[in-house]
Design a protein around this ligand. Structure first.
Ligand SMILES: NC(=O)c1ccc[n+]([C@@H]2O[C@H](COP(=O)([O-])OP(=O)(O)OC[C@H]3O[C@@H](n4cnc5c(N)ncnc54)[C@H](O)[C@@H]3O)[C@@H](O)[C@H]2O)c1
Length: 391
């Protein structure tokens, strides 16, 4: 953080404490106002956000979002925001190819930075990101919605209570048709945007993916090949995991982006030796929690062999306003499993508390690089690729 930023936060601590009992205050700019617009009212109501501005190249979006939410401070250039001492932090919700370049510029300009996923599009640029974060000491957080969804928070609680037992296998999927979206999506390698499917598996277990084998599948029309030299509408990968209690466990991830008739789905299945969580197959179904009955309870099988009794529950999965400041509770049932206010709260509090956020630069780079390496494997007939470690 620049001296100017630190001064503001320290001064903010004094002023805010005197005025409202708050411990500090952050002045933040949301950059990119399509998906980014959904975060504006959340930041506006966060008790630790002192001022909010918006930024977009598109004057119509800037006017529409500003007028809708009563935001008067508007910028049509990120460079202007970064050159100013008036702002402590930016939340980048801009096109995928811009994330790393803008995040590095923000960190080096003395700003804290949140970024939409994925963190970057090359391993080299991820190194630049991690280096910029370490050298500046500013906060970087990748805003991975999938690790703050109500499903993730529910399963994390089960796992931490020991209800799933030892994890034996994990599976993640993200199916989404991006045909006709802004041009940078056309033909994007599916595994270049794998964090919604892989992130929950790694975050739940605290694991790192060390190696990957991946194959590409299917056929895409030629027009979609050109931009990224990617022939695959779908990629499916197997990752080896490493971490306390999880080494020797594999995770499988499937991503589709084009020309595949499935409903949108970002999901995970977690297989434990006591219980497993299985995501619903089609919208309208409910997720299932399948558990072995108490040890010793066995059902006789017709062939005379033992079979452990299992229970199948369809649990109600709660949203979690209780984890949020009261002012953010009205957003707890919003998009992406209610994750948005939790992400905002974690980013803002990590700045105030001067601690690494839950998905810091190294973790963001590890998760993103795993997908980049998976695509590399797919382009080489599924050969094993070692995934670099970023700390
Ligand atoms: N679940 C999730 O986490 C989730 C969901 C949706 C989108 N995303 C991510 O959020 C990002 C944005 O998604 P989107 O669908 O809104 O993208 P988009 O391309 O439709 O919109 C991006 C916005 O950023 C603006 N913009 C572009 N370059 C800019 C610049 N240099 N400075 C300021 N503004 C600029 C554009 O005018 C546009 O309004 C993407 O990276 C996407 O991957 C994540």
């Amino acid at each position: 953080m620049s001296n100017a930023g630190h001064t503001h936060l320290e001064q903010g601590a004094t002023d805010s404490a005197a005025c409202s009992g708050r411990s500090a205050a952050v002045r933040l700019v949301v950059v990119g106002l399509r998906f980014g617009a959904s975060f504006v009212p959340i930041y506006q109501r966060h008790p630790d956000v002192a001022e909010l501005a918006i930024c977009d190249l598109d004057p119509e979006k800037l006017a529409a979002v500003g007028d809708k939410h009563g935001v008067t401070q508007r910028f049509d250039s990120l460079d202007t925001v970064l050159a100013s001492d008036e702002w402590d932090a930016v939340h980048l919700v801009t096109p995928v190819p811009l994330h790393v370049e803008q995040a590095v510029a923000a960190l080096r300009a003395g700003k804290h930075c949140a970024s939409a996923v994925p963190a970057g599009v090359s391993v080299e640029s991820l190194r630049e990101l991690v280096t910029a974060q370490r050298e500046t000491g500013n906060t970087y957080m990748m805003m991975e919605t999938a690790v703050y969804s109500r499903e993730f928070l529910f399963v994390k609680h089960l796992y931490e209570q020991g209800a799933l037992g030892r994890i034996q296998f994990l599976r993640g999927a993200h199916y989404q048709d991006m045909d006709g979206w802004p041009s940078y999506w056309a033909g994007l390698p599916p595994m270049h945007y794998a964090t919604h499917a892989l992130g929950p598996l790694l975050h739940l277990t605290g694991a790192r993916a060390t190696t990957v084998h991946c194959v590409g599948s299917g056929h895409m029309r030629a027009a979609l090949h050109a931009q990224y030299n990617n022939p695959f509408p779908i990629e499916t990968a197997t990752f080896q995991l490493e971490g306390p209690g999880i080494s020797g466990v594999a995770a499988e991830v499937t991503r589709s982006l084009f020309e595949t008739a499935v409903t949108f789905k970002e999901s995970f299945d977690i297989y434990g030796d006591r219980a497993s969580f299985l995501w619903q197959q089609v919208p309208g179904d409910q997720h299932a929690l399948i558990a072995f009955a108490e040890p010793g309870q066995q059902e006789p099988r017709t062939a005379g062999l033992p079979r452990k009794a299992v229970t199948v529950e369809r649990p109600e999965i709660p949203y979690r306003p209780d984890l949020l400041p009261a002012a953010l509770a009205p957003f707890a049932q919003g998009g992406h499993g209610g994750s948005h206010p939790h992400l905002v709260h974690e980013f803002v509090r990590s700045i105030i508390e001067r601690r690494p956020p839950a998905i810091d630069a190294a973790r963001a780079a590890n998760w993103t690089a795993a997908g980049l390496c998976a695509h590399q494997s797919a382009m080489h007939d599924g050969e094993r690729v070692d995934i670099p470690m970023f700390g």
